[in-house]
Write a protein that binds this ligand. Structure first.
Ligand code: SAM
Length: 308
């Protein structure tokens, strides 16, 4: 049996140099290689090593209009789920608010008559303060090293923000109806405090937890979805998500599955080199119909669970 220090030495002197040589070679591969089965198989092996050697930690990184196909489907399913013209959404791990404001803007633009209320939560009080204010610098700041506006066109910038002296403020009609709160998505008592929602969004924070913690948190998140409602969950280890989905008999919402999976260039581009990197959508996998699904209908008796 190997001891902890032997494993550490193996990682330092063999594993990491092996990965660093591979990364250099990988980045020089021709684009045509990406469509081949050996590329996918070897990438999956490398990604498993990266995950094994990484001490995961949380990031606040986010973008406005981060994944457009995901926002489109959210808007469509949200309108379908609304009751008497009202829709209640919960967004967990909302960071500086970019995702929440993008969701509200997309839905209000397409369904102006819908009354939307959003419970938006993050575990970090500092980032939540920024979310509440809805005022951003055009340059990256201390809590955010990413360029949060880089996916917006000039017209979209004008439609969403008032811009003055290098600061951008989310327009009042987009900020309406959002309740920002500090909360831990893994708290089993959360549902008692905040109730259930027609749509729950839990994107891109579970991948920064150790897999057993992510799995516990994901199971907990499902309790926030009212029966027949939808859970949007991307940015989580694919094995963890598929296992929980099958175990809890979630029903896959198949629309735009591939477009959503491929819809966020930063996470797709980081595979296999970062733990949050997302493998290519691969239809030759027998389990692709559950592995790449990120939108699920939960707790509804009228639709049969996915059988593999
Ligand atoms: C990478 S950002 C993702 C932001 C946004 N959801 C998106 O997709 O762009 C992850 C956020 O999740 C928050 N977070 C991490 N663990 C959390 C938890 N247990 N409960 C609530 N928020 C959490 C972090 O503080 C961080 O702001």
């Amino acid at each position: 049996m190997t001891t902890k220090s032997e494993t550490g030495a193996l990682e330092k002197y063999v594993g990491r140099p092996f990965l660093s040589v591979n990364e250099r070679v990988w980045k020089r591969l021709p684009k045509s290689a990406a469509a081949t089965a050996p590329y996918h198989a070897y990438g999956t092996f490398l990604h498993s090593l990266v995950c094994q050697y990484s001490d995961r930690n949380q990031y606040h990184g986010t973008f406005f209009l981060r994944n457009r196909p995901e926002l489109q489907l959210l808007s469509k399913l949200g309108a379908e789920k609304a009751k008497a013209g009202a829709l209640e959404i919960a967004v967990l791990g909302c960071s500086n608010g970019a995702e929440v404001y993008s969701i509200v803007w997309t839905i209000r633009k397409e369904h102006p008559d819908l009354k939307i209320s959003v419970y938006a939560a993050d575990i970090s009080p500092d980032i939540l303060e920024i979310a509440k204010r809805g005022v951003y610098s055009l340059k990256a700041n201390d809590l955010m090293d990413s360029a949060i506006f880089e996916r917006l066109s000039e017209e979209e910038m004008q439609a969403m923000f008032d811009v003055q002296d290098g600061r951008v403020t989310v327009k009042p009609w987009i900020r309406e109806g959002i309740d920002f709160q500090i909360a831990d998505a893994g708290d089993p008592k959360l549902v008692d405090r905040v109730g259930q929602y027609q749509i729950v969004v839990a994107n891109r924070f579970l991948c920064h937890m150790a897999p057993p913690d992510a799995e516990r948190c994901l199971r907990n998140l499902a309790s926030l979805v009212e029966p027949g409602g939808y859970l949007f969950v991307s940015g989580v280890d694919l094995d963890v998500r598929a296992r929980v989905a099958l175990d809890l008999k979630w029903v896959v919402a198949p629309e735009a599955m591939e477009e959503i999976h491929e819809g966020d260039p930063s996470v797709r581009g980081d595979w296999p080199w970062r733990w949050w990197g997302l493998e290519p959508f691969t239809r030759t996998r027998r389990d692709w119909g559950i592995r790449y699904a990120s939108v699920f209908r939960i707790g509804s008796a009228d639709v049969p669970a996915l059988q593999l």
